[in-house]
Ligand binder design. Sequence first.
Ligand SMILES: C[S@@+](CC[C@H](N)C(=O)[O-])C[C@H]1O[C@@H](n2cnc3c(N)ncnc32)[C@H](O)[C@@H]1O
Length: 359
Amino acid sequence: MRSAADQIRAAIADAGGAIPFETFMHFALYGDGGFYSAGGAAGRRGDFITSPEVGPLFGAVIARMLDAVWADLGRPGLFTVIEAGAGPGTLARTIRAAAPACLGAIDYVAVEVSGVQRERHPDWVTSTDAMPTAPVNGVILANELLDNLAFRLFVMDGGWREAYVAARPDGSFAEVLRPASDLEQLHLPGGAAHGARIPVQRRAAAWVQQQRALLRTGRLVIFDYAQPTTAGLAQRPWREWLRTYRGHERGDHYLREPGSQDITVDVAIDQVVAAAGEPASVRTQRQFLQRWGIDELVAEGQRVWAEHAARPTVAALAMRSRVREAEALCEPSGLGGFTVLEFDADATIFSKNAGPGHQ
Ligand SMILES: C[S@@+](CC[C@H](N)C(=O)[O-])C[C@H]1O[C@@H](n2cnc3c(N)ncnc32)[C@H](O)[C@@H]1O
């Protein structure tokens, strides 16, 4: 397999000298030798810890939410759960371990582009590399997917200009700025300072719009780090919202050693809403988990542990760990501060063409 850098250099040559940052990011993560193609992953032995990887508690709370949606739908015999960007399948495993009442009805579809990670999916899920296109009756889940979808990058330099990537003679990569022919349609925020940057997340916005359109009954639930507006992102130092990770540490500049590090961005909620319409609710992860009973699960864990503390069992130790897991999952400056966007099947789809400046 070619390295990500070789594939990117070839694409730059084919394009006559530069490719959009969006194309660079897509190859750096999902192309030949890309970060995820080559096995980059969530998990303790991976590159970063996500909520399902904290421990089984997150899946246990999601299992409660699934039961509630299933009950709302009249407890159908077939209840589809699609998990997008499923990584190695940890959320699926923990949902099953929680044994929700709907388990027997669940048809679990784990969608993951990385073949290395699909190989780790449990064999009771339908493991696939692409979102199903049939109408959905059930729940579509995505944890930390949207932040990993490639986006267009714009830089304020006397006007918004699009970031492209060129190759230097020594093989490393450099940023070049070019005018964008569709600038008018993008409605980018005004008043940004020289050097300000913004992401235009058309893939993420289109993904939400498409899934929402497929939902016949049930709910689309998206967990991610997010910011309310694109204009707000323009005012913040870009290194705060355009980040790289490798081996549980922050990585280098995003143009360095493509394929060796994850590239990720805060999701601009206004862009998602402009494409997919208003969500039924926007909560922090902490609020979401409390709504679906994390405090009760922790109290149950403490009770079981107290009963078994004198002669601990493995199950009792797992119950005790719920306290620590809940702290990590609800920490306001960490996972607890993530945004949870929920879309119901029956809400109206709004304007499909409005850009990030539209609220
Ligand atoms: C940050 S990881 C999150 C993994 C998992 N959801 C978790 O919370 O641990 C993002 C995952 O989304 C996958 N991914 C990215 N784009 C995708 C797409 N279009 N369809 C399916 N999976 C995708 C990546 O390969 C990666 O495994």
